[in-house]
Structure formats: structure tokens, C-alpha cells
Write a protein that binds this ligand. Structure first.
Ligand SMILES: Cc1ncc(COP(=O)(O)O)c(C=O)c1O
Length: 481
């Protein structure tokens, strides 16, 4: 609610949401403070400090921050942990710059987040993209497998290493042990974008975490799945293959010189909460999800973890409902859940809604979610909610079988003069920007790549459904050279 006499739009927007008491199945993982003991939240404004005697310095930690990072490294089984206050984004930028030299190649899953593409651009590192496996039942990418990584290692022997996104937004986890083995057998470095997996370490019922599986660097958005504040993330070093001094240099460059002590304090608190109670809390959460998923599956509701293809696992705290099989696109289901059941999911796509559950959720909130989905299915069968016409074969539109042609390196187009053209007329033109539906933040086309029919068709489909797409302006134009 706005405060009378004050013109404060952002405050008004977040306060209005907070006052609605909508159940949040989205990040941040503390779920509006529910996952953090109240004592830590009292007078939180007084914790917003700077580098003064006693508070240490993130860029040269010698006291409290050093100790907190060491505790964190011990908990996560890392040789060294860096606190990140600019999200995983800064960690990925630093990891890429530290691992590959300007002009060198890095093998990257094409299902990577936009921050990875930006990191390559900033560091002048060339991607050698590998297409992820695709599941047509859910219409989603699964991730990379060891065979495709090995093929890429043979195809790009000069590459500095491999960067894999795992888990992906849907909680899908590739066989990271097999990938680590193959990457190391070629003497290369494995960086894992584990932005969605900071909680994996804390319960053996979840897929193995990247460090335990042999990753050299893992970057985790604590704020997504732990009770930490937005932008709080960790970068863990897992092996002696990493040049820690070079990494530290780039982390210093990419992070603000005014790090938030609130973010850092809650990175520390989140680690302590998880260390003390993480296993038990996750057990309770997974039990509820398992029971409810079995019940919902019996009623014909498709849930990702129950149907994961061989060779992949799913983090079952990520609840993915296939709404297309109920006769509704994920976008429509997201809207319906918010308007009718007071539930906000993390994201939707043409076929699914994706819900983030964390240790901050209790049985009641998860039950409300499943009951809302079951009622939505009921509302469709009674005709209260008309099912939509989901075009046949539509998920195939999302399957990438080949990459767009690469006309030049991404950083080359930065220096050329851009031109705005309507998306529908972009075929054959070189993209000057990455064009990224958000979420999930995976680029459909990258700078230097050429628009083709399929890219245009896919982007039109997404835009028509009202999804935010970075790289397409309010008039439907894209930037080309
Ligand atoms: C797979 C993946 N990697 C990296 C990021 C960037 O993380 P952050 O928002 O913590 O900077 C995201 C954000 O959504 C993501 O989904």
C-alpha cells in the first residue's frame, strides 16, 4: 500500500505484493523471511554497514568475512569459497575470465544462462556451443550428456574447459560425475553453473552437488534455493586445477566496491541454517512433495520428476507441472493460479509451470500448491476454465536441432553500427544482441549469429504470449548489423 503523500513506485509495488499474502513459489528462497529465524531480521536496517573497523573487507578479507568464507568452504567441501554480492552473474563472469584467455574457446552448453554469454563477451572468449538433450513430452531442455561433451572436446581441442549448467531451471540434473570424468580425462577444467543447486549438498535424496562430483568451479545463487537475500551467491573452488589468484583478480573486478553487508551476513546465516537443519528440513519437504506428487499423478497430473528421461535426474524440490496435458499453456496456468488461488509460481513456458520450493516452505504451502493445481484441472473438466488450443507439435518448435549460423564473433558485432528491424523481417540478418526470453534466461540467438526462419517463428510465438524477451524492444524490433 502506498504511503499517503509519498511518490515511491517501487516501494509501492513490492509492498502491495507483500501485503497480498500470495504464496510465493518463486525466489528468493527465504520466502519473505519465513525461512530465517526472526531474531536475525530484527532491525535489519542497522546491519547495512560499510568497511569500518571490525566489519572486515570483502576485497581483502582478514577477519569476519574471511572466517565466514572459510566456514562456508568447509560446509560445501570446497578448497576455497568466495562470497558474491552481485549474484551468480559476477561469479560466472569471473570464472570464465579466469579460466580462458582472450580469443581462446570454451565449450559451453547452449542451454546456458544469459550471464554466461555476457561473461564470454566481456572476456573475449569464444563459445564452442553444445546442444542440450531435449524432452518432447515436457517440451524442455534436459542438459548435456557426457557423450556430447566428449565429442565437443574432440572438436575443440584448444578449448580451455567446459561450462555446464546444472541443475537447469526445471531442476533437471545431467550426469555430472560422468561429465567431470570425461572433461578431466582431456586435462580440461569443468565449471558448473549451479545457480539453481546451492541446496543439493544438504540431502542425499537430492542429486549429487557439482563439487562432490568433481567440478573444478561451482557457482551457486544462494538466494534462489537457500534462505539468503537476493544477489547473495557463492563461488566454490573444488580443485588445484584452478588458478585461485587469477580467479580472485577477476572476482574483485566484477564485484562492486561497496558490497552489501546485509547480503553477506545472510550468506553466512543461510550456510549456518543449512548446516544445522538443512538435512531435516529438506527431508520433511521432500516427503510432502513425494506424497502429494503420487496423489496428483494418480489424478492424471504430469509432474516432471515422476517422468524424467533415463540418464538424467531431477531435484524434486523443483515442482514442475505439465499444464499442457491438462489443456492449458503454462502462461495461462500461471495467471489462473495467481488470480484464483493466490499462488505465484517462479515461471511458466508453453507447456509447464515451474515452482521453487525451499526449506522455507512448510507442508501447508506445498499442499495449497498441489490442491490449487488439482482444482485447476477440475475447473477445466467442469468447463469453468475453458481449455486453450495448444497447437499440435508446438513443443517441437522449442527443440534446437542445429545452432543458428555464426557469421562472426560476438564481440566483433559490438563495434559495428546496429540497425533496428521488425522481428518478422530479421531473417538472414546478423544479430547484434542476445535475444533472451526471461525467465529462463536462455538465449535463442546470440550476437554474431544469423536469424533464420525457425528463430523468428519461435520468438514470435513467445512474444505473442506476452513473455518478456530481452533484446526485442516495445515496438517488436530487434537489433541487427
Ligand atoms: C542457470 C542460471 N545461471 C545463472 C543465473 C544468474 O544468477 P544471479 O541471478 O544470481 O546472478 C541464473 C539466474 O536466473 C540462472 O538461471
Amino acid at each position: 500500500m502506498a504511503i499517503k503523500g509519498w511518490n515511491t513506485p517501487v516501494y509501492n509495488a513490492v509492498k502491495a505484493y507483500a501485503d497480498e499474502s500470495t504464496i510465493p513459489f518463486h525466489m528468493p528462497g527465504h520466502k519473505m523471511g519465513k525461512g530465517i529465524p526472526k531474531k536475525f531480521l530484527e532491525h535489519i536496517e542497522k546491519l547495512d554497514l560499510t568497511e569500518i573497523p571490525g566489519t572486515d573487507n570483502l576485497h581483502r578479507p582478514e577477519g569476519a568475512i574471511k572466517e565466514a568464507q572459510e566456514l562456508c568452504a568447509r560446509t560445501f567441501g570446497a578448497r576455497k569459497t568466495f562470497f558474491l554480492v552481485n549474484g551468480s552473474t559476477a561469479g560466472l563472469h569471473a570464472a570464465i575470465a579466469a579460466s580462458a584467455k582472450r580469443g581462446q574457446r570454451l565449450i559451453v552448453g547452449r542451454d546456458c544462462h544469459r550471464s554466461v554469454i555476457a561473461g564470454l563477451l566481456l572476456a573475449g572468449v569464444k563459445p564452442f556451443f553444445v546442444l542440450p538433450r531435449y524432452d518432447s513430452e515436457f517440451g524442455i531442455n534436459m542438459g548435456l550428456d557426457a557423450e556430447s561433451v566428449e565429442k565437443a572436446l574432440k572438436g575443440a581441442p584448444d578449448a580451455a574447459g567446459v561450462l555446464v549448467t546444472r541443475p537447469n531451471y526445471y531442476g533437471v540434473c545431467s550426469d555430472i560425475r560422468a561429465i567431470a570424468e570425461v572433461v578431466h580425462s582431456y586435462g580440461k577444467l569443468l565449471i558448473v553453473d549451479e545457480a539453481h543447486g546451492a541446496h543439493l549438498k544438504f540431502n542425499p535424496r537430492l542429486p549429487v552437488c557439482a563439487l562432490e562430483a568433481g567440478a573444478d568451479i561451482s557457482v551457486q545463487s544462494a538466494h534462489k534455493t537457500l534462505p539468503a537475500f537476493t544477489q547473495g551467491a557463492y563461488l566454490h573452488v573444488g580443485s588445484e586445477r584452478v588458478d585461485v589468484e587469477r580467479l580472485r583478480y577477476f572476482i574483485d573486478i566484477y564485484q562492486t566496491t561497496s558490497p552489501s553487508y546485509i547480503i553477506m551476513a545472510f550468506l553466512d546465516i543461510a550456510r549456518e541454517i543449512m548446516e544445522k537443519d538443512g538435512r531435516e528440513l529438506l527431508d520433511a519437504l521432500l516427503d510432502v512433495i513425494e506424497n502429494l506428487s503420487t496423489g496428483a499423478a494418480g489424478k492424471g497430473i504430469k509432474i516432471l520428476g515422476k517422468k524424467i528421461p533415463a540418464g538424467f535426474e531431477q531435484d524434486r524440490t523443483r515442482i514442475v507441472f505439465n499444464t499442457a496435458s491438462l489443456g492449458l499453456s503454462g502462461y495461462e496456468a500461471e495467471k489462473y493460479l495467481r488470480e484464483n488461488y493466490n499462488i505465484q509460481v517462479e515461471m511458466s513456458d508453453p507447456c509447464n509451470v515451474v515452482c521453487i520450493s525451499t526449506v522455507a516452505d512448510d507442508a501447508e504451502s506445498v499442499e495449497r500448491l498441489f490442491s490449487a493445481i488439482e482444482s485447476t484441472a477440475g475447473d477445466i473438466s467442469t468447463g469453468r476454465l475453458p481449455s486453450s488450443k495448444i497447437s499440435a507439435g508446438m513443443p517441437e518448435l522449442f527443440m534446437q536441432t542445429e545452432l543458428p549460423l555464426q557469421a562472426c564473433d560476438a564481440y566483433e558485432v559490438l563495434d559495428s553500427k546496429g540497425e533496428k528491424v521488425p522481428l518478422k523481417k530479421a531473417c538472414g540478418r546478423i544479430s547484434r544482441e542476445m535475444v533472451v526470453p526471461y525467465p529462463p534466461g536462455v538465449a535463442v540467438i546470440c550476437p554474431g549469429e544469423v536469424y533464420n526462419d525457425k528463430v523468428v517463428e519461435l520468438l514470435c510465438y513467445i512474444v505473442e504470449r506476452g513473455v518478456t524477451v530481452h533484446g526485442i524492444d516495445e515496438n517488436g524490433n530487434v537489433n541487427v548489423v
